[in-house]
Write a protein that binds this ligand. Sequence first.
Ligand code: PGA
Ligand code: ZN
Length: 429
Amino acid sequence: MEMLDSRGNPTVMCEVWTDKAYGKAIVPSGASTGEYEAVELRDGDKTRYMGKGVLKAVANVNNVIAPKLVNTFDVTEQKAIDNTMIALDGTENKGKLGANAILAVSLAVAHAAANELNTPLYEYIGNLYKQIGGKTTASLLPMPMMNVINGGAHTNWESTDVQEFMIMPISAKTAAEAVRMGSEVFHNLKSILKTKCYSTSVGDEGGFAPKLKTNKEALELLMQTFVKAGYKPGKDFVICLDAAASEFYDNAHKNSTAESKYRIEGKRLTTTQIIDIYAGWVKDFPIASLEDMLDQNDWPGYVELTKRLGKTTQIMGDDFFVTNTKRLAEGIERKACNSILIKVNQIGSLSETLECIKMAHEAKFTTIISHRSGETEDTTIVDLAVAVNAGQLKTGSMSRSERVAKYNRLMYIEAELGKKTTFKNPFKN
Ligand code: PGA
Ligand code: ZN
């Protein structure tokens, strides 16, 4: 059925029943979406939800997908179920039935199967991953990357150009300690912002959205906050950035020969010039990870960025790879990036997501399982991160219940696994 996400926009919820079990999933939705993502089917009927309704996607679940699956497959046949939906859709980008319809079913099926087998979801998905040849213990808790300052499209461009300033508590010994450290920094940042007369209202992912003058000011604020909270920058915490650069890349001139297409802090820069700026930030601040720092079509730029900074810094592709094995294979081949952000709704099924993670791990790319800026109370991504030993989880700040629900699930899994868990700084072998 149609439900709401954290921005108050409609999204798809699906329930699956077997004789013994029940499963439910609600799909997320992005704002700074990549050009090559699977298609989220919206009704376009301007009389409802400004055209954003998802009744067509819901009807596709009930009238097209369900009749092909119910009483045909066992709920544990995840791959066959996903393949059937992919074939039924028949398009490259799931534009016919909608990735929101297909993913809702795919994830709800996994929940129902795990319940049917009386297995925690992370263990069940871990077994699916092993079945396709993935290596995992399904017990490594992911290190969270917490988005405490929001900018770009997630704040209507009222804050910084860089979309996300994230912190990672690398000295934490457990996931619960990581959550506590992140929360302490979050609250200290709030009090620093207050003393500087900045707004402490939050953006889409629960981080603060102050009207800062420059991107560097956000980095300086974080350094100050670590110290105020009693932590050592670089030792206890590192900084991770997501520029979502396709959002400030000059699309109007995409086909022109004009070189300076990156528009940042009122300047127009070439690829090399913007990489120079990033290199300066990495030199001056303890930045461990850079995500989508260039436009999604700037392949030579990503090759250059990875060559220059990739030995010491995680260079991650989000909109650049869109959890798509074709794009990832090209990135591996051309040495563009050394890491991939994984979003289930970018590709639209659990089975394809697992294939993508496997390809990344085999190429020694790091994987970060991620939420979207439009989220719900659904916490499947946390189980996915544990299932595949992803090592990192990106799920927003320490506010807004749709973000906090994921941290709560993470701490719960840690408690449930008890002594079997491992947790570590992903940047240290
Ligand atoms: P989105 O942003 O969910 O709005 O695409 C998240 C991200 O870019 O990582
Ligand atoms: Zn991103």
